[in-house]
Design a protein around this ligand. Structure first.
Ligand SMILES: [Zn+2]
Length: 96
């Protein structure tokens, strides 16, 4: 699989969180590339998934709206998205 295909796969597929193993189906989101490169699984190479809690644990802070890309997935996404993800997407300012 080439890099573009892996990236597309990360965006579209659902599976277990790379850290805790929980299903990420309710937390399908996209953060900016620089965040994923620094904190994503496998060096942010586009493989693996993280739930919101594990990404925040790696970052040492909670997410806010500015961390997410302005893509349709984030704006509309899954109507069954978790309350946790919903609250981060709606947070207008960085935490703290
Ligand atoms: Zn997790």
């Amino acid at each position: 699989m080439n890099r573009a295909a892996r990236r597309a796969s990360r965006r579209l597929s659902r599976g277990p969180c790379s850290d805790c193993g929980d299903d990420t189906g309710a937390e399908d989101y996209m953060v900016h590339d620089h965040i994923w490169r620094e904190y994503g699984p496998n060096g942010g190479d586009g493989t693996g998934l993280l739930c919101i809690g594990c990404l925040e644990h790696r970052m040492g802070r909670e997410l806010w709206a500015g961390d997410f890309t302005h893509c349709l997935l984030n704006l509309f996404g899954d109507p069954d998205k978790s309350d946790r993800l919903e609250s981060r997407l709606r947070r207008p300012h960085p935490p703290g």
